[in-house]
Design a protein around this ligand. Structure first.
Ligand code: THU
Length: 139
């Protein structure tokens, strides 16, 4: 899908991700991120990154959105939309890929950069050979 139609088709989530990005607490990296996780039935949950003076205690936007969704009883996701002001659309970090694959191995990942540049991936491509709940059963 073209970059323009990605934005058109997912305008509502992009707008929501932009709004939550503005609330990010990222005084250390200055890299503000907003994420919107969409359920298969169209509900949206948002999160922003929340950094900490103790750097490893920081939380990514995607996992913030995931925590909000799961706390509201949502577990079935179709898409995550990420907004940053990087020049190039950025995919989720490895830890967030792992957190998301637990619930949505086929999740569509859309990322929007500054100047509306956008890209999309499948989580299955971003995290091949994942460790999943099924992996535990083989222990
Ligand atoms: N970050 C996210 O919130 N999501 C991403 O997809 C990439 C990275 C955050 C973590 C940290 O607060 C800052 O961006 C710089 O890595």
């Amino acid at each position: 899908m073209s970059e323009a139609s990605l934005l058109e088709q997912h305008g509502e989530s992009v707008a929501m991700a932009r709004a939550v990005r503005a609330k990010a607490w990222a005084p250390y990296s200055k890299f503000l991120v907003g994420a919107v996780l969409e359920t298969s039935d169209g509900r949206r949950f948002s999160g922003c990154n929340v950094e900490n003076a103790s750097y490893p205690a920081g939380l990514c936007a995607e996992r913030g959105a995931l925590a909000a969704a799961v706390a509201a009883g949502a577990r079935d996701f179709r898409r995550v939309v990420i907004v940053t002001d990087a020049d190039v659309p950025t995919p989720p970090c490895g830890m967030c890929r792992q957190a998301l694959v637990e619930f949505a191995p086929a999740l569509e990942v859309i990322s929007v950069a500054i100047n509306d540049r956008s890209a999309s991936w499948s989580l299955a491509d971003l995290l091949p050979s994942p460790f999943t709940p099924a992996s535990l059963a083989n222990a």
